[in-house]
Every structure is written in structure tokens, then in C-alpha cells.
Design a protein around this ligand. Structure first.
Ligand code: FRU
Length: 439
């Protein structure tokens, strides 16, 4: 693998690798990283819900599960008559299923008795016929006011019953798995930042070692008076990290915290929904982040960012030199968010949700100043088109898209990309047959 780390390469704050300011300063939109404009789907498959962060039921080896012919996914949801900006306060996890990877059906709320005041993002494992759900318990159940504490929870006991159509059943048992230790991972009371994070658990079995891991979004505690970021307290407040815990026995409900995989101290406050795609013997680590969570002096976008390493815990370098992998067009900067990459044949596919469209404001905050009817009209609240990525070493490029909600079934052949069609057309014109280079 070429080493394109370029920046000063300094290890992050207690993490094995850091996303440096030099690297992040290179973020800019390119043909390879900007997705196409997203238009509202002709018909909303699930009109009664706002749907945002979404994850698939996956096997231990990271492939998407197909249970008796069904693809299964889980999403954060809220009723679609709610003002979209309020959805995080009432989020609950629902299950969706599809027999063709295109048409999805609402399988209903997953839990009756989940921990937390509401549930935020997670991941799902299909292991030996059992379903495990990892999620974030946001707020303390029973508290009167809305609180922002976050704990990582695992629920076991799920099964899929396809005897009469599709049903996901409990009874579930909920286990608090991880809380921040205040040392590797910041607790809420230590936080000096605008947004605090300890959330978004994501299960990963390392194909090279067979070890079992849980990744999550966190913040690195930077002690007051620390000299990181030249002692600049404002920059130190931007302290996002990708946390990791190990299950010594492989038990999905028993974890021990380890040092973070990557931090972004002085660069970015939120490295959301971290996840890994293992491809060509390399570990591709992806996170979503926002324009408004970059530290002062840096300009980024709402985007999918990525890093690659030869070992799970070792030295990640940003993809495409800056980390930028997929972003929205300049005239629709908030149209998609919460990207999740997954492998399909030789490609990496990326799903995300359709966020605010027909809106080119400077920041997402401006949405709240629009009349409520406009906030409702401009919110997608459904899955967007699936993007196709070519990923080679430290470089990626968007090579096409599939429809809204299209999650190909195992072995499904994808249509030829535009590039491929051009290549074929050229071949026909030339009458030469065979492969024609685009150069
Ligand atoms: C990303 C995110 C997640 C969180 C969820 C809450 O879209 O911020 O990190 O779990 O939204 O709704």
C-alpha cells in the first residue's frame, strides 16, 4: 500500500493514529467524491415514518445477512408528522425487511422496553440464528427532562420467524455494555464541547485474527492546560475519536474498552457511526461528519470520511489524502447524511439517508429558521440512492448509483456503470471488440 499520510503523521492523543489538521486542510470537493443530486423518490415506500440512520443485519464475517431470502435493516425512526429537527428526541429503532433488496416493508418497532429515553444508532449481528442489536441508550430512562447521557447497550434474544411472512421476535434482554471511562473516553461531565458523544456501536470480527470488536463514536479527554494543538483551548474542544472495545471470548454481550483507533483532536468533534469494510487485505475505516463540527480554521463538509490501515489497530492514513470519500454537491450540501459503506462483489456500496433537499444555506442550523411547513417539505426522511464506490489502496471514486433503498441481494449483478457503457460503445464503434482503454 502506498503511504499517503502526508501530514505530520503524529500519533493522535492516546490513539494509534490521528487525523491531522494538515490532512483535513486538504478537504475539497472533486469529481471522485461528490455524489449526484438526490431528488425525492417517486413514491415514499414508508410514508408514515421519518427514517434516518440505518444499518443492516450482518453476519459475523461482515457480509449482509439474508435470512430465508430476506434482507433486514434497522433504522432510527420517528412519526413523519413530527418536525424533523425534533426527531432525535424521540428516536426509536424499527426493523425493515425486503425480499428483493428494493421494496422494503415496515417490520415494526423492535423493542418495547429499550434502555434510555430514546435510542440512537447502532449495528446488528446475525449469529447462529440469533439476532443481536447494539444501540445507544440516550438519556436516562425515568428522568423527567430530556438528557444527553449516552451508554452503549446490547440486546440479545432476537430471532427471525419466516413461517408466515417476516417477523422479528424477542423476548429481548438489554445489557449495558459500555460507559466512558473518563480516561481513554471522555465522560459527559468532562466535556467542554458543544456536542458530547459516546455512541453508535458497530460490531466487527477481524478476518485476519478472528478477534471480536465493537467500534463506537467518542471523544478524547484533553486535560486542561495540555499542550496538544499548541495549547489552544478552542481547538482542543474539538476532540472526536473512534473508540474500540474487545470481547475476549467473542461473546457479543461482553466487552472491554481499549485505546481509541483514531482521534481527531484539534480537527473535528464528531466522528459518527464508525465502521470498517475489509477489502484487499486492508481495513477501511469510515465515519460520517458535519461541516459545523470541524475545528476553527478548517473547512469540511457533511460527508463520509475514510482511512485505511494494514492492521485493525494500526496506523490509519486518510483516503484521498484528506479523508474525504463522499460528499454532497455544493448546491445541495445537506441532501444526504449518515453514510454506511458495505462490500458487494468488488465494489463498496454506500447507503445514506435523504436529509434536507432544496436547501443551500450555509449551515444546517438555518433550517430551523424556515417556516415549519418548509422544514417538513424539504426533509427527505427516507433512504437515499445507494452509491457505488471504486476503492483501490488509498484512493476511492464514486462510479455510479443505484436507486433509493436499493440494497442488492447476495450475488446480484449490478448494472454496468456509465463508464462501462461508454467503454462498450467505443468498442462497438471501433469494431475492435474487447477492452478499450478510456485514455
Ligand atoms: C448521526 C447521529 C448518530 C446518532 C443519531 C441520533 O446521524 O448523530 O451519531 O446516533 O444521529 O439521531
Amino acid at each position: 500500500m502506498d503511504d499517503h499520510s502526508l501530514g505530520d503523521g503524529a500519533p493522535g492523543f492516546r490513539a494509534r493514529a490521528g487525523w491531522t489538521r494538515e490532512q483535513a486542510a486538504r478537504i475539497e470537493r472533486t469529481d471522485e467524491t461528490v455524489g449526484p443530486i438526490v431528488y425525492p423518490p417517486e413514491s415514499d415506500q414508508i410514508p408514515h415514518l421519518h427514517i434516518w440512520d440505518t444499518w443492516f443485519l450482518r453476519n459475523r464475517d461482515g457480509t449482509l445477512a439474508e435470512v430465508d431470502g430476506y434482507r433486514v435493516c434497522f433504522s432510527l425512526t420517528a412519526p413523519s408528522d413530527l418536525l424533523p429537527g425534533k426527531r432525535h428526541d424521540v428516536a426509536s429503532v424499527r426493523c425493515f425487511y425486503s425480499a428483493d433488496g428494493r421494496n422494503w416493508h415496515d417490520g415494526g418497532p423492535v423493542f418495547e422496553d429499550a434502555l434510555g429515553q430514546r435510542q440512537w444508532a447502532g449495528s446488528a449481528l446475525y449469529d447462529d440464528g440469533s439476532v443481536y442489536l447494539f444501540y445507544t441508550a440516550a438519556g436516562e430512562e425515568g428522568a423527567e427532562d430530556l438528557t444527553y447521557s449516552q451508554r452503549i447497550v446490547g440486546a440479545g434474544g432476537g430471532t427471525v420467524d419466516t413461517s408466515e411472512g417476516f417477523a422479528l421476535r424477542g423476548p429481548w434482554t438489554h445489557h449495558e455494555l459500555l460507559r466512558p471511562d473518563g480516561d481513554r473516553y471522555e465522560r459527559e461531565d468532562q466535556s467542554r464541547a458543544m456536542i458530547y458523544t459516546f455512541r453508535d456501536p458497530w460490531f466487527f470480527e477481524d478476518p485476519q485474527t478472528g478477534e471480536t470488536w465493537l467500534l463506537f463514536e467518542a471523544n478524547s479527554p484533553v486535560p486542561e492546560g495540555s499542550d496538544v494543538c499548541d495549547g489552544d483551548a478552542a481547538q482542543q474542544g474539538y476532540n472526536g475519536s473512534v473508540g474500540i472495545a474487545r470481547s475476549p471470548t467473542g461473546d457479543p454481550l461482553s466487552w472491554e474498552l481499549e485505546d481509541p483507533l483514531l482521534d481527531a483532536v484539534g480537527v473535528n468533534q464528531e466522528l459518527e457511526r464508525p465502521h470498517i469494510v475489509y477489502k484487499d487485505d486492508l481495513y477501511y475505516l469510515f465515519v460520517s461528519s458535519h461541516l459545523h463540527t470541524f475545528a476553527p480554521g478548517l473547512e469540511g463538509y457533511d460527508a463520509l470520511y475514510g482511512f485505511v490501515a494494514e492492521e485493525l489497530r494500526g496506523d490509519y492514513v486518510p483516503l484521498n489524502e484528506s479523508g474525504l470519500v463522499v460528499t454532497n454537491p455544493e448546491n445541495a450540501p445537506f441532501q444526504s447524511y449518515s453514510w454506511m459503506a458495505f462490500p458487494h462483489d468488488d465494489e463498496v456500496l454506500v447507503q445514506s439517508f435523504f436529509n434536507y433537499f432544496d436547501f443551500a444555506g450555509e449551515t444546517l442550523d438555518e433550517i430551523a429558521h424556515l417556516p415549519e411547513s418548509e422544514q417538513m417539505r424539504r426533509f427527505g426522511g427516507t433512504l437515499g440512492p445507494t452509491l457505488r464506490l471504486d476503492v483501490q489502496g488509498t484512493e476511492t471514486r464514486i462510479i455510479g448509483k443505484l436507486g433509493h433503498w436499493h440494497v442488492p441481494m447476495a450475488g446480484e449483478e449490478l448494472p454496468p456503470t456509465e463508464r462501462e457503457l461508454i467503454r462498450r460503445a467505443r468498442t462497438d464503434e471501433d469494431g475492435r471488440g474487447g477492452y478499450v482503454s478510456e485514455d
